[in-house]
Write a protein that binds this ligand. Structure first.
Ligand SMILES: Nc1ncnc2c1ncn2[C@@H]1O[C@H](COP(=O)(O)OP(=O)(O)OP(=O)(O)O)[C@@H](O)[C@H]1O
Ligand SMILES: NC(=O)c1ccc[n+]([C@@H]2O[C@H](COP(=O)(O)O)[C@@H](O)[C@H]2O)c1
Length: 188
């Protein structure tokens, strides 16, 4: 029987750390189930991209890295905000798997408590290879392209992703300023 591994991330956006982690996962199992976490979320500073955009990034990045499509499944996983039953919920949403690969300690704990084998995958340059850092650079106008696969950088440009994040940041700043502005009591 094929050995399947589960790997969950939000991929906001896909970066070279994810690719390194996935290379490791592909070296350990025959097939990889890639869960796209917080699938309901988009258009916020923490989760700027839609699930369909994140899927497209994964497909292009995995093509670029020459992982054959028949070796992976992409499955959107909306949050349920209910940690005690999250692992059971994931099991109900994806095909059978044998082992979980993660660097997220909560994900590791929730699956271990349900009796699953969990392998903590190695981290690669976490100081710069994190989606938080990619988004920070996009907002501040710093170069971010080297942190993501070439095909992902091209796709983000195609969909005007940087403009979207910068707009979200501007809107947030504007809303914060409005909230801080003194309330004017109209004169009667
Ligand atoms: N630099 C990295 N090297 C290896 N694995 C990584 C790296 N960054 C994230 N991962 C793995 O990706 C999964 C989490 O995916 P996620 O999309 O949330 O990444 P993230 O960069 O931590 O995101 P964010 O910064 O937005 O919270 C975890 O299993 C984590 O171990
Ligand atoms: N209770 C829940 O809904 C629950 C619990 C654990 C992880 N998750 C999700 O799994 C994903 C894990 O990815 P991160 O490593 O980016 O946190 C996220 O989308 C996170 O929201 C959800």
């Amino acid at each position: 029987m094929v050995k399947r591994g589960l790997f969950v991330g939000r991929f906001q956006p896909v970066h070279n750390g994810h690719l390194k982690a996935l290379e490791f996962v592909f070296s350990q199992v025959d097939e990889v189930i890639i869960g796209i976490g917080s699938a309901q979320a988009s258009h916020t500073l923490k989760n700027p991209f839609t699930t369909s955009e994140r899927m497209e990034m994964l497909i292009r990045a995995l093509d670029e890295a020459e992982f054959p499509k028949k070796r992976y499944y992409l499955i959107p996983l909306p949050d349920i905000n209910f940690n005690a039953i999250w692992a059971t919920y994931v099991v109900s949403m994806v095909p059978r798997f044998d082992v979980v690969f993660t660097g997220n300690s909560l994900v590791a704990q929730l699956f271990r408590e349900k009796g699953y084998e969990v392998i903590v995958q190695p981290m690669f340059r976490k100081d710069i290879l994190s989606a938080t850092e990619v988004r920070r650079r996009m907002v501040s106008g710093e170069p971010w392209e080297d942190l993501v696969p070439k095909s992902v950088a091209e796709f983000i440009k195609e969909i005007h992703g940087v403009e979207r994040i910068q707009m979200l940041a501007t809107n947030l700043e504007k809303n914060e300023k409005e909230l801080q502005a003194p309330i004017r009591i109209p004169e009667f």
